[in-house]
Design a protein around this ligand. Structure first.
Ligand code: GLN
Length: 251
């Protein structure tokens, strides 16, 4: 099958090799006989609901976020329709912040958000930097860990009743206090974790691919054939050890 990915603002939001997430999705799709068709959606690009199975937006600094925030806000109604139709979303750090209602940056400027996730973000004075280990349960009863690297000034507060992506075991997560990391609403996932995220968390890449394939086929997410993931498991282990020793420093 051909999985169509809408890569939002690849020229602006691509810090810490976030583009590597696309490479992982493409490879893992190809290993199962599927093709990933990645289409860049830059400023002014039209989002046609139903066209893309998965949207991806990476992280960026306040400056880049300010440049694209109004454009993303203008695209929010189309993205909301696409999500209602079953498209999946992965948003990382700066992109994650802009999926909320607003982001007040380090300079105190309020950037509009797409309001696709139930949250808002305000920058603090100290940055939260380090390796992170979280525990997630995207499917009931299926507990998994996710590892990555975070570097953000923004403190993200989830609305009452909103679901985090996971619970922090080591590191800061959304705000360094709530114990929550990221946000998950149906097929929409936002997270602070870079590194990039997916090479060392292959199960999450497969979860996203399965959601995208389900959207393409107009049905439930399929069960994907397992891959050996030997190197991936090692990378996950190295990162979780780092998170245990070096997670959560203010800077
Ligand atoms: N500018 C945002 C912050 O510092 C996001 C940074 C990032 O994407 N790493 O909170």
């Amino acid at each position: 099958m051909r999985i169509v990915v809408g890569h939002l603002y690849p020229e602006y939001l691509n810090i810490y090799a976030d583009r590597g997430n696309i490479a992982v999705l493409a490879r893992r799709a190809a290993w199962r006989g599927h093709e990933l068709d990645v289409r860049a959606l830059g400023p002014g690009a039209e989002v046609r609901p139903g066209e893309h199975d998965l949207y991806y937006v990476g992280g960026g600094q306040d400056r880049e976020q300010a440049l694209i925030a109004p454009d993303l806000e203008a695209r929010a109604p189309a993205l909301r329709d696409a999500i209602a139709g079953g498209a999946a979303v992965l948003a990382v750090c700066g992109g994650y912040q802009l999926l909320g209602r607003s982001y007040v940056d380090v300079a105190g400027r309020e950037l509009p958000g797409a309001a696709l996730l139930p949250l808002a973000t305000v920058a603090g004075t100290r940055r939260m930097i380090g390796d992170v280990l979280i525990e997630c349960e995207l499917e009931p009863g299926d507990r998994r860990t996710v590892v990555g690297f975070e570097n953000h000034a923004g403190r993200t507060l989830l609305d009452q009743g909103a679901r985090p992506l996971g619970r922090v075991i080591h590191g800061f997560g959304n705000d360094g206090e709530s114990g929550f990391e990221g946000c998950r609403d149906g097929r929409v996932v936002g997270t602070y974790l870079h590194g990039p995220l997916l090479p060392r968390n292959p199960w999450l890449a497969d979860w996203l691919l399965a959601q995208a394939l389900g959207h393409r086929a107009g049905g439930d997410p399929p069960e994907l054939e397992a891959l050996p993931d030997v190197l991936e498991a090692q990378a996950h282990e190295v990162s979780s050890k780092r998170a245990r020793h070096r997670g959560g420093r203010y800077s």
